[in-house]
Write a new protein. Structure first.
Length: 170
């Protein structure tokens, strides 16, 4: 007859190490084995809470095996996707298939030129705050210290810059 383990902590102590060793032989990676063991133990614990678990060890190893199969399938799909992405395009081997089209490049250049013109039209403090935030990735507090104004004023400058950009780009 199967032994029921009322104390999950004792069960985990008893089965965790052998389960990780078993999984290491299946996945050939200690980190993955530990992750899969943790997931299997968690699922066992949740199922054990329902009170309908008769053989915790069998459930745990079956769950772990299913998780290994799932991981192998995910890896195969991922590898297949990567191999397809790395294949050269049929039209031209030298051409980079990730490169934007000529139309897209021209459109992007026009939009960028428009943004530069809009930035030039902005009041100097608004432009400076916006460029420090978006261009230099500075926080509002750092911009405030750099410009000698309050953080609230920086927020207003950036809000104004965004408002002007949205108005013209729509």
């Amino acid at each position: 007859m199967a032994v029921k383990h009322p104390n999950t902590a004792l069960l985990v102590d008893e089965l965790a190490t052998p389960l990780v060793r078993y999984l290491t032989t299946k996945v050939k990676n200690d980190e993955d084995a530990n992750d899969l063991a943790q997931e299997a133990l968690l699922r066992m614990h949740k199922f054990q809470q329902s009170g309908s678990l008769n053989n915790a060890k069998a459930f745990l190893y079956k769950t772990a095996n299913n998780l290994v199969v799932d991981q192998i399938r995910r890896n195969q799909v991922h590898d297949k996707y990567l191999s397809r992405e790395m294949m050269p395009s049929d039209s031209s081997g030298a051409e980079d298939k990730c490169a934007p089209s000529a139309e897209r490049t021209a459109s992007a250049e026009q939009e960028l030129n428009l943004i530069y013109r809009l930035l030039d039209k902005m009041p100097p403090k608004v432009r400076r705050a916006f460029l420090l935030h978006r261009g230099n990735d500075m926080s509002y507090a750092d911009i405030a210290a750099d410009m000698g104004v309050s953080t609230s004023m920086v927020e207003k400058y950036i809000a104004e810059a965004l408002r002007l950009l949205r108005k013209e780009l729509q």
